[in-house]
Design a protein around this ligand. Sequence first.
Ligand SMILES: *Cc1c(COP(=O)(O)O)cnc(C)c1O
Length: 360
Amino acid sequence: MTIYNFSAGPAVLPKEVLQQAQAEMLDWHGSGMSVMEMSHRGKEFMGIAAEAEADLRELMGIPANYKVLFLQGGASQQFAMIPMNLLRGKASADYLNTGEWSKKAISEAKKFGAVNVVATSADKNFSYVPEFAAWKCDPEAAYLHFTPNETIGGVEFSWLPDAGSVPLVADMSSCILSRPIDVSKYGLIYAGAQKNIGPAGLTIVIVRDDLVGNVVAGTPTMLDYKTHADNDSMYNTPPTYGIYIAGMVFKMLKRNGGIAAMEQTNIAKANLLYAAIDASAGFYNCPVATDNRSRMNIPFTLKDAALDGAFVKQAEARGLLQLKGHRSVGGMRASIYNAMPLAGVQALVEFMNEFAKQNG
Ligand SMILES: *Cc1c(COP(=O)(O)O)cnc(C)c1O
């Protein structure tokens, strides 16, 4: 039976990457060592890390005046590192509140300065993106933070806020590499790797270099971007195996037409699943506003929640795993990141149609 894993994270990885890792597990390229056993300062691993960075720069078109950092601590640690590094003496920062991850970023930032919430979608249970005209942005803000894809609510931006000269900061944990973006429009982009890049334990930060090097007093060395920027992310031991796997994912994307090609597949997958939900005559329902529906995380409820258990169980029996929704939304959630093939979504839709017919 073919298994399709719809986990929100840690999530499915490309099979060909896992197979390559398996083949190289005990002996990387004739080195006689596993990548896990290599010194991060040896020429083999330095090469792996440099190539991973170069490939990511090429894929995303990262300009030369941006640093690429391979860190640890997850996106959650960035919730603190961002205000510590980017407040730069300013009194407050702007945050958009579109759901669970925005809320966590906001509450952490409040430990370091004032937070101005420019807009929120709390009035409709975080099911949409507030229109930009209604945002109350502060032109003096240290930066403007938003979450382009809310992984739990399934709410995704299809447009870019215009923050003027205020640096734009984006938590791209669950949408990085899923569609082309213009990096030069951002001050800082960050993402935990475990959704769309590689294994948990690696966090990627892409930061414009003028924003590095002006931390609040008392910032620990490890939480200063400059520490990592000045040392090519090798100030201490980086998450070596995660960097290695991520590098293979970047190479695979390059072989397959890059991010633009990936976006086309992602559109096809999302359209297929939303069409099945919308054609189910109310048996399935997605709570998210049509224009803000995520291509990566698709929450949906069944018209009778008493059927949830049977849905999950029968789906599992067909190899469709980890579909149970987040407790704050209920129902189901299908996460269909880059590594989920179209065939996986087709199998899910086929099952959903059968299940609706039998239980409708
Ligand atoms: C998963 C996720 C996080 C948390 O990531 P960790 O790496 O577990 O800290 C933060 N923001 C978004 C948008 C996420 O999807």
